[in-house]
Design a protein. Structure first.
Length: 349
């Protein structure tokens, strides 16, 4: 549990865990740069797209897809023989609709939404091209107001927790207290481990932009949020964390991934392979704080202060089917998916 007092919160704000190692010394930085350089050389020679190849990527700009913008800004897709256009959307539902209609060739977003779409639109299946963003400590938390009297997970029993609503086109919101999103199934797992049944809390879906205000005005007892809302709630309200939803069994839980229509992958496998290789180079570069912060400011429209202080998870450079299966299994266990889903069958090879 992390408690941030109303005064002096900035001095105690934790730095993004993936960037803490940068303070260890210049030799570490040099080693990372050398490794990244080697990775770049391997990727660029191993996967070149056919001449004249282009891809349109659907994205909701944010922390999870920062490496996509890094790869574009650094010319990594161009080096792989690809012309890449990124189209911004406001929701995963919009991205999935673009993917299904052919307006986008690749989409990056929340695994829960895309897994739900895989079940809902079984006649037009998708493949997973790459793992985009995995959770670390303190990137998904239940926050309460100072002086709320709630100091740990057990005291959330009987309380109302505000959480971002899902798209009705993809997943129904909570029914009879059931979790319905990646955030709520992850939090439910941690609550269960702490001796609190998920049905003992009331999930209150609402627009994501309304969550901090709802907590401030006591419309809910707590909110379940990710970054940058965690940083904003702490800095604006002095909010305190009582539960880390990505801890214990949900530690390092995959959050966002890159998807393509199965039909597109079948016809344009070499193009997707080149896209993944270039993206992997962007994921590698995201180990350095500077390009990530630049992407968050320029493309996700964060302030420089927010971009420098939000807590980050990990940008993986490999795709592990067993790790991604954890998401589908959690969703199925808590009723967010009506049927079990085999992630291994979705992996683009």
């Amino acid at each position: 549990m992390r408690v941030v007092p109303a005064r002096g919160w900035l001095a105690q704000r934790r730095f993004p865990r993936r960037w803490q190692a940068a303070a260890a010394g210049s030799m570490t930085v040099i080693a990372i740069m050398l490794l990244a350089s080697c990775a770049h050389g391997t990727s660029s020679t191993a996967s070149q797209a056919p001449a004249g190849s282009s891809i349109t990527v659907a994205s909701v700009p944010g922390i999870g897809d920062a490496p996509l913008y890094i790869a574009l800004q650094k010319g990594l897709f161009r080096d792989a023989g690809l012309s890449v256009r990124i189209r911004s959307y406001t929701s995963s539902a919009g991205e999935i609709a673009a993917l299904r209609s052919g307006k986008a060739d690749v989409a990056v977003g929340d695994y829960a939404d895309f897994f739900a779409a895989q079940e809902r639109y079984a006649s037009s299946p998708m493949v997973i091209v790459a793992d985009g963003y995995d959770a670390g400590p303190n990137v998904m938390e239940v926050l309460v107001n100072q002086g709320s009297g709630i100091t740990d997970a057990q005291e959330l029993s009987g309380k109302t927790i505000g959480t971002a609503a899902s798209s009705p086109a993809l997943m129904p919101d909570t029914v009879s207290g059931q979790p319905f999103s990646l955030e709520t199934v992850a939090a439910s797992s941690v609550l269960t481990n702490d001796g609190v049944q998920p049905t003992a809390v009331t999930w209150k879906p609402m627009p994501e932009n309304d969550l901090i205000g709802a907590l401030q005005h006591h419309q809910v007892d707590a909110i379940l949020v990710t970054e940058p809302e965690i940083f904003q709630a702490e800095s604006q309200l002095g909010a305190q964390s009582v539960l880390d939803a990505c801890s214990g069994q949900t530690l390092n839980l995959p959050l966002d991934g890159y998807f393509a229509a199965h039909s597109f992958a079948k016809q344009h496998g070499a193009v997707l392979a080149a896209f993944r290789a270039a993206l992997t180079r962007g994921q590698t570069d995201a180990a350095n704080a500077t390009p990530v912060q630049t992407a968050l400011v320029d493309d996700a429209r964060m302030t420089k202060e927010t971009a420098s202080l939000v807590t980050m998870g990990d940008y993986p450079t490999t795709l592990n089917a067993a790790s991604l299966q954890r998401v589908a299994t959690l969703m199925s266990f808590y009723g967010a998916l009506p049927h079990s889903l085999s992630v291994a069958n979705m992996i683009f090879k």
